[in-house]
Design a protein around this ligand. Structure first.
Ligand code: PYC
Length: 343
């Protein structure tokens, strides 16, 4: 048998080092290779992400998709930050593309970097993301990081619309909310079903159709930056006794196993807008697998006649592995998708 060291003799033409985590059940595969020296152009994490998407999208596909990942894999790429007072720069990717902000991913990166000693254990870590700076406040125990509270970017209800959908006779009411990503929020009462995971395939189909219908109807422009936007995530929610539950669909039909950090912030913005959640009131948001984030609105203000909230979410992440992925020069398959997921 060959020894493990001989692994280096493989005819690889590329190799990638990751640390993998899960946050309340949702994976984050964190690419480490360009932390010290980035080959990517751009003077912000957002610009670096554009440069990555232009030149290295195959790396996203290689790490996110089969045979190294899977259709529901999620990832983060970390860099030295550009913003002066940030500690870390991160952008986020999935098996189909990129998101501007991710709560579970930020908790994963901060927890892993602290547990591995890549960051010093400060009470506040500032993370530069394509959506802006988010603040992470870790809670430490003897074993390492126990829980991280993320203060997301300012979030707000963008508007309410109705869209025709193939699975209902009447138009569907959708609240469009910004929380680092634009969300389409839908009350599951309108669909006549609760958040029942035996119907996950239906929720995926509905979620993608709703997202497309809203994007076809609205020309979204971020009111404070003027940047054009699109809804990237559909969140279908129900209210239970102890916690609100949601199923969150994004990418090419991915389903978040965690309660979705930015989705929790979007839901809090909507609840505040309808007078159902006050400042400092704890908000428990549950995922399809029963894991929870604890949310809170810490501040609200009026900006250009829009009510804006500052939301926080808290949850835990654990490391699941450290990996060296290789691309064998003889291998014609860099990445693939299973036919049933090709919509
Ligand atoms: O935690 O914000 C989040 C998120 C977005 C997509 C998957 N997770």
């Amino acid at each position: 048998m060959r020894s493990v060291e001989e692994f280096d003799d493989l005819p690889t033409d590329a190799s990638f080092t990751t640390v993998d985590t899960h946050t309340e059940g949702e994976p984050t595969r964190i690419l480490l290779d360009w932390l010290d020296e980035s080959p990517l152009a751009g003077e912000s994490i957002r610009a670096k992400r554009e440069s990555f998407a232009d030149e290295y999208d195959w790396v996203r596909e290689l790490l996110m998709r089969e045979p190294r990942g899977h259709d529901d894999m999620f990832g983060a790429v970390v860099f030295e930050p550009h913003e002066e007072d940030a500690d870390l720069g991160v952008f986020f990717m999935d098996s189909e593309g990129y998101l501007d902000m991710c709560g579970h991913g930020t908790i994963g990166v901060v927890s892993a970097f602290l547990d591995l000693g890549y960051l010093s254990p400060e009470p506040l870590i500032r993370v530069e993301t394509p959506a802006g700076i988010v603040e992470a406040r870790p809670e430490y125990s003897e074993g390492g990081v126990e829980r991280v509270t993320i203060q997301n970017v300012e979030s707000f209800v963008y508007g309410t619309t109705t869209v025709p959908v193939s699975f209902l006779d009447s138009p569907l009411r959708v609240d469009v909310v910004y929380a680092g990503n634009f969300f389409a929020l839908v009350d599951s009462d309108q669909l006549g079903v609760g958040i029942d995971t035996t119907r996950t395939d239906d929720f995926i189909d509905w979620g993608l159709e709703i997202r497309d219908a809203v994007n076809d109807k609205l020309d979204i422009v971020h009111p404070f930056t003027g940047d054009p936007g699109t809804v990237s995530i559909t969140e279908i929610y129900e209210s239970a006794n102890d916690a609100d539950r949601s199923i969150v669909v994004f990418g090419d039909g991915q389903v978040d196993r965690s309660p979705c950090g930015t989705g929790t912030c979007a839901k809090m913005a909507l609840l505040h807008d309808t007078g159902k959640l006050s400042i400092d009131e704890p908000y428990i948001h549950e995922s399809i697998i029963g894991t929870q984030f604890e949310g809170r609105i810490t501040e609200t203000k009026q900006r250009d006649n829009i009510t804006v909230i500052t939301p926080t979410i808290a949850g835990s992440a654990r490391i699941t592995g450290k990996h060296t992925f290789v691309k064998d020069a003889r291998d014609p398959i860099t990445s693939l998708r299973v036919a049933s997921k090709e919509r």
